[in-house]
Design a protein. Sequence first.
Lengths: 292, 486
Amino acid sequence: MTLTENEIWSGIAVAGLGMVCWLLWLIKMKPEKSAMATSIGIGLTFSIGLLFTILIPSFNENWTDLTANHEPQYHATYLVEHGILYRQWPDGTQFQATDSLHPNGNIHSDAPEGTMLGYTPLEQYGRRIYQREGCMYCHTQQVRPLYGDEMRYSVGASLAVPADEREYVFDQPHFLGTRRIGPDLSREGGKYSDDWHYSHFFSPRQMVPGSIMPAFTWLFPDKDADGNPKPSPDAVALVAYVQTLGYGRLVNDPKVYPGSGWGPWLKPADQQLYHKKGNTQVERAAQPIHGI
Amino acid sequence: MKIQPSVQPERLNHEDLAAKWALWASVGYLLMFGTLGVITAIKFVIPDFFSNYDWLSWPRIRPGHVQGMIFGWLLPMYMAQFYYMVPRLTGTKLYSEKLGIWTTVVWTIGVAIGTYFLLNPANTLNPWLMTKGKEYEDYDTLSNIFLFVGWVMLLWNLGNTFARRKYKQMYAALWYTMGCLLWTAFVYLIGNWPSQLLPQYAFRGLNDANINWFYGHSIVGLIATPGGLGLAYYFIPKAANAPLYSHKLSLIGFWTLGAIYIWNGAHHMIYGPIPYWLQTVATIFSFLLFIPVFSVITNFFGTMRGEWHQLRNNVVLKFMMAATVFYLLTCIQGPLQALRAMSAVVHFTDYTIGHAHMALFGTFTLIAFGGAYYAVPRIYRKPLYSEGMAEWHFWLSFLGFILFSTALWIGGFLQGIEWTDPSISFIQTVRDVEPYWHARAMGGMMMLLGMFLFAFNLYKTATVPAPASTEGQISIAGGSEATATA
């Protein structure tokens, strides 16, 4: 069921008119003399608001439909490296993983281009770490359709694409966020290497002078053979999740992408630019994916 | 309902045991979560403060502070004052003092569990125990069960007291109390729906966000607001010893509050990934909130007509009137922030944090402080230990909060303006607001110092032996006049 905007506005107008009449009637009836009338009134006002702000929006198919094949927007692929499952640039050649979250079970292996993809178990585990460490209190995951936002989170010549309803269908809980004590993360994936992220989680002020991000040293409890802090499986999963953010977002730009016209929002030149960035202070540890 | 032969409410000897239990639970949690709040503010300027403890990292104590202040301090304090106010307004004894004590026990356990698993020293990932990860519904599902059961116990207790009332006509404070009790039950159940335990299709993504913000806004609008305003409707006329300005106005204010507030949740996602119409609806209804807000403000200021001179030495009225002014300010700020043009700049900045504190600290916590200074001497039938200390508490809270919130508004606005210019790097905008974070931490410390004075004053009031007096003999805040008559 989908309602058009006109239908919704008409419904709201009728409900609003009804509510005004009902409130006038209620005030005339002196509900302050009956506890029951007051309680029913309290329940009714609540229900009307709930209907329009929670229930009707929830039928929006872009919010809920996990299987709909909309116009091509998302495409992500994966790479297994050192036993770790990595989401890779969408060039269609990589290994694909079973996604336990997807209703069809194993959709990655034969997903047509444009199908929205869920998270791998590793990435889903990384989301839990993100949640436990409270990253969403300081970082939003929504780029607003405003000049400042699109420019600020752009990379090279690639303008940051504003948030789309369909980006969030697999998110439980949502990490939209309300405060940017640090920058928005929804277009963060791929901007920095995994090693950069490990170093940054271990010592934020070393990587970004003046940063006020907490140092998450407890994600690096052990040291490797050279005495460098070694990322725990939690840290590996967290970085795997952060690298998915905005990664597979496609835009339609026939000049850059001949053929279908669709391609990643980070244009090829900018992908190269950002792949080179990064720093190898912390060795990337080979972590098995089983047991996570 | 049959009107029974009326008993003068003053003649009833209220036990107030339930009120005492809830009172001390809330005061203890106030100090604890106030301290957490100050640590949160200090970590903005000294990021490595306590940085070796995972359970004291900023993102863990921040929800601990926010949730603790609402569920640990504000709601138990509301409960204590409801236990005090409702029997006196209905002319009957509280339905069950024992049930009231158990309510506090269940509630306190719920808050303790919730806080433990927000700080999460064991780093658990159990979906029943770990934070839900959504602002205002951070408490885990286990703690939610305790809090919901506690609230239903309160509802049962006060509902039965309402049913036994001696007067058919209910005063404004009583509808607001009923509204707070019922809306909280509905809102809490829907907002804390454990979607992480349900099949994957339920309430994920933007549905999750929409319910989150319905809840996040309702926790202020339909829980803190009706509860706090109900207490103010009782304590302002009582403390000023003046009749309420207008009965009809309070009626309009109450029903429009209930009809309008619930529609506002989506204004927390202006320019976000939700449909345009939903954002517009939220903006329109945010502006409609001027109706209940101005009816309340008019009523409170109207009640004070000819009584303003009392502000000089009546500390309860000082708290109440400061709260009314902050209520007016926060409710002018709120709708303006819901405008797209304003939201584009101040959304995601500290401006919002200042706004949220003006509602929950500036308005409702100040009302709760004022109500406590009025009720506690009467509960213990003793004069307040120190009126001067209460004055200090008022000025520390008031000036500390002005410093705190002004710093956040200016700093937030500046950062928002800087964000519109992509040539300024993000980290530069962070460095530029740092001076305001220093001011915020200073303001927060002043507020915390006031809270410690408050707790000490109440503790001394309850424990220092004083000549026994009846409730009627205690004057306005239980100060010099009462001592003189006693």
